[in-house]
Write a protein that binds this ligand. Structure first.
Ligand SMILES: *Cc1c(COP(=O)(O)O)cnc(C)c1O
Length: 374
């Protein structure tokens, strides 16, 4: 028996789910350039540029700003593993899937997670955070998700950080879906540790996680009583590779071609201008909203807390969720997101992220949905 293996050539799709998003062809071209050594002086220069471009995207002067060589989940793990020591109290806001993963991270680091829970589809209630901080005066970190991709809710990062800092806490923020898609000011809002992902509003390939740590965060890491449990994600070791001028120590082999891709995506962001990118995401969200409402689809999240890059709408009574999504995929090559957890079968999540946030995609999605829903 002989098996015939062939190169994999995927049917191309329009990606309008919760990520990955459509990748800009310029980024795919960058990815296919020749691989060079990861300690080649050319590559070291590229690493420095990527750091500077990430500082631009995060709006920060933090010198400890770089991509972790693994997806967003590893950035999350890096933030918790470096900042949480056994016995530390961490206030975690949960109003969706990703807040739940934060809790899991705290507990696996031996920390104590104090939960502030809100309904999925509603923003975190600042008042509840305030009373939790008043009740426990020894909380070390306040952690929350800025853009909750599982529900399309924007949590008020500015207000949450202000409150946390007033109470002497460090702030730890998930910006996987917000970076490049909506307003995010790391220094101005006093975010101490932040992680993102490349496959959402940066429209890059999946597999890298930009992170940034403030001076306060570095101080906390340097004064740890116990070593960071993870060798790969220990920021002190990672810095020996990504920091410190030309004296770079081998830590791991950076995913060289993926870094080319990230560099290109950040140049694209810089050329457009960060504020213009935020504005474009918002305008396309308004266009989508108009189209979906004409089809009778209602948004679940209240207007002030809606994410322009992730639109969650209720599935109408009697409509078969699986059938609609599989018809969109098979007949229109269009991917939209399903509901997660308690929202499974009840909602669709339509992503307008990065390169995919354009009026052509909006119209294509609305027209395809109109045909399928008949
Ligand atoms: C996608 C996502 C993650 C996880 O990122 P991966 O790259 O899939 O590991 C974490 N948090 C949020 C809010 C996300 O949307």
């Amino acid at each position: 028996m002989s098996e015939q293996f062939q190169s994999f050539i995927p049917q191309s799709r329009t990606l309008m789910g919760p990520g990955p998003s459509d990748v800009n062809p310029r980024i795919l071209a960058a990815l296919s350039r020749p691989t060079i050594g990861h300690l080649d002086p050319q590559f070291i220069d590229l690493m420095d540029e990527v750091k500077h471009l990430l500082q631009y995207a995060f709006k920060t002067q933090n010198s400890l700003t770089m991509p972790i060589s693994a997806p967003g989940s590893a950035g999350m793990e890096a933030c918790f593993a470096n900042l949480v020591e056994p016995g530390d109290k961490v206030l975690v806001c949960q109003n969706g899937v990703f807040g739940g993963r934060m809790k899991e991270n705290v507990q696996r680091c031996g920390g104590i997670a104090l939960m502030v829970e809100d309904e999925w589809g509603k923003p975190t209630d600042i008042q509840k955070v305030e009373s939790m901080l008043a009740k426990h005066t020894d909380i070390k970190i306040v952690a929350f998700v800025h853009a909750e991709t599982s529900t399309g809710v924007r949590n008020d990062a500015q207000a949450l950080c202000k409150l946390a800092k007033q109470n002497g806490c460090l702030t730890l923020v998930d910006a996987v879906t917000s970076l490049g898609g909506s307003e995010l000011l790391v220094d101005e809002w006093q975010i101490d540790a932040i992680y993102s992902g490349t496959q959402k509003c940066l429209s890059c390939v999946p597999g890298l996680s930009p992170v940034s740590f403030s001076e306060d965060a570095i101080k906390a890491i340097k004064s740890r009583k116990t070593p960071v449990q993870s060798w790969f994600l220990d920021m002190d070791l990672v810095m020996g590779y990504w920091g410190k001028g030309n004296k770079r120590a081998y830590h791991h082999t950076a995913p060289v071609n993926s870094i080319y891709a990230l560099h290109e995506s950040l140049i694209i962001l810089r050329q457009e201008g960060l504020e213009n990118a935020w504005q474009r995401h918002f305008q396309n969200h308004l266009l989508l909203k108009q189209g979906l409402e004409k089809l009778g689809l209602e948004f679940v999240v209240e207007e002030p807390f809606r994410l322009p890059q992730l639109n969650m709408v209720r599935i109408s009574e009697g409509v078969d969720d699986n059938l609609v999504r599989s018809r969109l995929l098979n007949e229109f090559n269009l991917e939209i997101g399903a509901g997660l957890g308690i929202l499974a079968g009840k909602v669709w999540r339509i992503g307008l992220m990065g390169y995919g946030s354009n009026s052509k995609n909006v119209n294509y999605c609305v027209d395809s949905l109109a045909k399928v829903l008949g």
